[in-house]
Design a protein around this ligand. Structure first.
Ligand code: SAH
Ligand code: SF4
Ligand code: F3S
Length: 468
């Protein structure tokens, strides 16, 4: 097994171009199909767009049929146990395919692969896997793929620590209206339940110039909306030699023509500055939506989670945001059943939900992650209790989400038209600046345009209306 730390230079990128050529030559003009399954967050989705970009340069086209592909890739997530179990389930099912077609290449990458115990388990149990690589050497995919051809052992290349940021990896974006841009990698926060800092490394910010260049290109390519990605975008720039802030970055990006909306994920309450709140208030393109995970309501639990704020501080922060940006749409992440969470602690979680009134919330059952401090805490909450609390939380949040949507009835909202609805082909879908999903009748020529939609029906998670 190859485990090492490395720095990446432009020379390494040049080398990858040579491997792109070698893979292309090997296929001798024949178009190959690949099947790519992505688990986890938008960071992983965006990494998959980079894999797709490299694959398209190597003469591959995407297929949605696992049985009809010469390359199968799983880009994995390990934030909760359930995400890992899903990957193992899929991997087991591929054994037969590989037996029938020994030429098939099966590759796994992403966060799960950054854990040594996972890699050795896959290496022992799923011998039909050809290639394993991690999050820090994604750019090396063409070389690894080439080396895995005609190799009868599993090729493993996972780097322990993060290297430099690699720019100019080709990207093939799935969407033509909205684009993701990663502005920083890694996380320094080490919340006690979370595996991300161990699998994504320390915080590394991209240079403002590089981000600007990418967003300008996106503007020229007629993307209308960008979402800036990072595990904690509020600490963007702190590691750069000439230190810049996330708010400064927003000011720069707001000037770029073509782009009409700017969003970002994720904000950490302990780092959300006044400067950022004012930038959100003042910059036209920055949308009135803030995803601000609070994770738990009880100050005692927050301390054990190592979140760096109290219940009162979180509530004050939200108040400040609402005062400055009255039509802000707020969303959050919540963990239920963190070790030691009592009924009273959980009441504090419900209390925050009632006081803040989030537009929507992503709620998770606490999942024990080996290697994190919380996994060793003794007072784990019983599954039954976790599930009961989860249900109560969900019911409360759903009723609030619906209530928040009610005043939109009869209102005209600006909607960026994204395309046809996935569930009903006659209906088109888009989002408001506050990130509300709106469904309406439209035609293909409306895609990528901002339209006024009159809302005539309210649902818990979406609105219906007519273009006016
Ligand atoms: N960096 C972001 C997102 C991290 S992962 C942030 O800090 O908000 C997305 C969400 O997964 C987290 O916000 C948290 O709510 C949830 N999560 C992380 N680890 C978890 C665990 N061990 N069990 C349950 N949920 C978890
Ligand atoms: Fe995980 Fe906390 Fe970092 Fe978010 S801020 S990625 S929850 S350690
Ligand atoms: Fe999962 Fe990795 Fe994202 S663990 S949530 S895919 S950073």
């Amino acid at each position: 097994m190859e485990r090492k730390s490395k720095c990446v230079s432009t020379k390494d990128m040049e080398k990858q171009k040579e491997f792109i050529q070698l893979v292309t030559d090997k296929h001798d003009g024949e178009m190959k199909k690949y099947y790519l399954n992505t688990f986890g967050c938008q960071m992983n989705e965006h990494d998959s767009e980079k894999l797709a970009g490299m694959l398209s340069n190597m003469g591959y086209i995407e297929s949605d049929d696992v049985n009809d592909s010469s390359l199968i890739i799983f880009n994995t997530c390990c934030v909760r146990e359930h995400a890992e179990q899903k990957v193992y389930g899929h991997l087991g099912a591929l054994k037969k395919l590989k037996e029938e077609n020994p030429e098939l290449v099966i590759a796994i990458c992403g966060c799960m692969m950054q854990q040594e115990n996972v890699v050795s388990h896959i290496n022992k149990t799923y011998r039909h896997v050809d290639l394993i690589f991690g999050t820090h050497n994604l750019y090396k995919f063409p070389e690894l793929l080439f080396k895995s051809f005609n190799n009868n052992k599993t090729l493993i290349d996972v780097w322990d620590t993060d290297g430099k940021i690699v720019e100019n990896v080709p990207v093939e974006r799935k969407d033509g209206v909205k684009a993701w841009t990663t502005i920083m990698y890694g996380c320094n926060n080490f919340c006690s339940y979370c595996i991300v800092p161990y699998v994504r490394g320390r915080e590394r910010s991209r240079e403002i110039k590089e981000i600007e260049k990418e967003v300008m290109t996106l503007g020229r390519q007629e993307f209308k909306e960008i979402t800036l990605l990072g595990q904690n975008v509020n600490s963007y720039g702190k590691d750069l030699p000439h230190k810049s802030s996330f708010a400064q970055l927003l000011h720069q990006l707001d000037k770029i023509s073509g782009i009409e909306r700017i969003r970002f994920l994720t904000s950490h309450p302990k780092d959300l500055s006044d400067e950022l709140i004012y930038a959100m208030r003042d910059l036209n393109k920055v949308c009135e939506h803030l995803h601000l995970p609070f994770q738990a309501g009880s100050t005692k639990v927050l301390k054990e989670m190592n979140r760096g704020y109290t219940k009162e501080e979180y509530l004050e922060l939200v108040m400040k945001v609402k005062e400055n940006i009255p039509d802000i749409s707020l969303t959050t992440d919540i963990i239920v059943g963190f070790p030691g969470e009592t009924d009273d602690d959980f009441e504090d979680t419900l209390d925050i939900i009632k006081k803040v009134r989030f537009d929507s919330a992503y709620t998770f059952l606490y999942s024990k992650r080996t290697g994190t401090p919380a996994a060793k805490y003794e007072n784990q909450v019983l599954d039954k209790v976790k599930k009961e609390r989860f249900e109560r939380l969900l019911n409360l949040q759903n009723s609030i989400s619906k209530e928040i949507n009610e005043p939109f009835l009869g209102k005209k909202l600006e909607v960026l038209v994204e395309g046809k609805s996935k569930t009903n082909n006659d209906i088109y879908t888009g989002r408001t600046r506050g990130n509300k999903i709106v469904n309406f009748e439209a035609s293909d020529k409306d895609i990528c345009k901002i339209k006024n939609v009159l809302i005539d029906n309210i649902r818990t998670w979406s609105l219906d209306g007519k273009i006016v």
